[in-house]
Design a protein around this ligand. Sequence first.
Ligand code: CP
Ligand code: NVA
Length: 303
Amino acid sequence: MTETRHFLEIDDVSTDELHEILDRADEYKRAQHAGEPHEDLEGQTLGMIFQKPSTRTRVSFETGMTQLGGHAVFLGEDDIQLGRGEPLKDTARTLSRYVDAVMARVFKHENIEVLADYSSVPVVNGLTDDAHPCQTLADLQTIRELEGGFEDVQAAWIGDGNNVAQSFAIGCARTDVDLTIATPEGYEVDDDVIERARDLGGDPTTTTDPLEAAADADVIYTDVWISMGQEDERDVRMQAFDGFQVNEELLECAPDASVMHCLPAHRGEEITDAVVESDQSVVFEQAENRLHAQKALLSWLLE
Ligand code: CP
Ligand code: NVA
C-alpha cells in the first residue's frame, strides 16, 4: 500500500513534484479557459473544515472539485461536532471513512498535523497560523506566468513575517527565487523557516528597511498586518508596521514590479487603494490561480 501524502507545508513536495503540480495547474487553467472538460476526480469528495472565515480558499476548493467532476462538503467548525469538543483525531478518522481528501483551515499548526496523523486520506493545509502553502502554489504559478520562469527573479516581502510570508519564503527557496524580507523588529519570519529555506538552497535576506527590499524587485508582496486571530493586537501592530505600507511612494523605486497580495487587502493599512487598483497589481491573477493550483494539487494527491 502506498503511503498517504499530505500537503501541510510547501516543502512537503520535492522540487520536481512542485514543478509537476505547477505544470498541471497551467494545463487546468488552459483547459478551463478553453471550456474543455477535465473531470479527473469524478465521484470523489473533499471535506473542508473551517475554523476561520474564508472567501478564496472556500470557493476555489469547492468550485475546483465541481470542475473536476467531484464534490466538496463545507464543514464549518460550529456545524460539526468539532465545535462541541469532539477531538480532531476522532474527526480525522471519521472523515477518512467518508471522503477522499480533507482540506482544513485551523488556528494552531499542530492541529493540522494531528488531522494528518490520524487521517488515512490526504490532508491539505488551507491556512494555519504558521503556513499557507496553497497560497504559495498560486503565487508561484503567478510569478512563473509573469516572469516566464523563476530564474533571476527578485522578490520582496514587505510587512508581517506571517503564515503567508513563511510559506512564500520556503516556496522561493524551492524555486530559486531571490527573496528579501522586510519586517519590523519582532515580526520576522520564524528562524526555523529561514533555516528550512537555507536547507533547500535558498538564502533569504532579512532587513527592517522596506525600501531596501523593494529596490529593483520584480515582485513586491504584502499581506495584512493583523491576521485572523490577532485582532486584540491591533493597536500595537498598527504602530509597529508604520512605514511598511506598500504605496505609490514605495513603488517609485520599483516601477516595473508586480504587486502581490494574497487578499483580503486592508486598504489604507498594508497597501493603498491606488496600488491595489494600479496596473502593477496582480492580486486577482493570484486569486484566480488559487483555483487552478489547488485543482492540480488535489488531482496529483488523489491519482
Ligand atoms: N488568500 C486567502 O486564503 O483568502 P481567503 O481567506 O479568502 O480564503
Ligand atoms: N495572514 C492572513 C492571511 C489571510 C488569507 C491571515 O492569516 O489572516
